[in-house]
Design a protein around this ligand. Sequence first.
Ligand SMILES: *Cc1c(COP(=O)(O)O)cnc(C)c1O
Length: 380
Amino acid sequence: MYNNVVEVVQNCFKSSEFIPLHEPRFIGNEKTYLNECIDSTFVSSVGKFVDRFEDLMCQTTGAEFAVATVNGTSALHIALILAGVEKNSEVITQALTFVATANAISYIGAEPNFVDVDKDSLGINPQKLAAYFDRIIKMRDGKPFNKRSGKRISACVPMHTFGFPSKIEEIVSICDAYNIPVVEDAAESLGAEYNGIHTGTFGLLGTFSFNGNKTITCGGGGCIVTNDETLAKKAKHITTTAKVPHRWAYEHDQVGYNYRLPNLNAALACAQLEQLPKFIENKRKLASEYVQAFESIDSIDFFTEKKGTKANYWLNTILLNNIDERNKFLEQTNNAGVMTRPVWELMSELEMFKHFESDDLSVSRWLAERIVNIPSSVRI
Ligand SMILES: *Cc1c(COP(=O)(O)O)cnc(C)c1O
């Protein structure tokens, strides 16, 4: 029944073999830089590729400062600490996200508090967020508290789902009104823009991931971006064991983390980041071919970027009519060697998070039953 979709994907990828959801491409300076890195013997915690990668991330995103980390989850963990998230406070985030977002909040001993997304951005719905804040927040000494739980609301973490920018300007302005710092989880949205400005640079801090399945990868890696120099310095400090610089003494002035990106991974990251514009152009071309192909398939909606935004089309996204159709679709496409995946289980449904507070999540639930990601790799 969904043979037509299998055909569309096979035509786009010019292949009748197994087609993965998203595979990395190493078609630039990867091997050159890796060899250079190995020859230098600086494969670990120091080396020029880390600095070069951080500079490249500033150029790419327009952020003033970038601090490389060992993965996207650690970047988020540190960004939340720097935003002032503390144990027993509450952090607002969307239920429709990857588990890492809620995990990083939990590492601090803070509680995720789940809000709904909207159908046109797949990100936090600003109207619902404002209404939720209006209902639950009481300000005390200029700080926002949840009047039901009595706990401080210490941050908000919007996420740019599959590389489609969320309504980030509105979200930030709603949070500003309550003095709530925004940490953008931009793990999926490298290269994606809102009103011409790179995602991840609207909040106090933003974080990226370079895991194997992301738009670019260095095996494992992450990055924190910010325009605040003090925060950037702190980020570098606590991700590098909080060691006080000295030629030989081991002095550490707080509990730090070993979250720095090894130079070996940074070498790979530099080579990949150089190719980002090319990769995104390639991915957008695939998306436009999908748009055309899905126009004639009535039972499927192909999700596209909204006005004023530029998506990176990290993972191409379709909506099926209902959960039964979705399950049939997953079964048939995967059987035919076309890898497809449903969206994540909502955070509010997971055992370790389901007792935390949630707003009405009707749209998240609606989407969770219908979303499927289809093959999205850069084509060569
Ligand atoms: C991939 C991802 C992360 C985590 O990145 P890792 O590098 O795998 O730790 C965080 N949040 C979201 C939304 C992601 O998709």
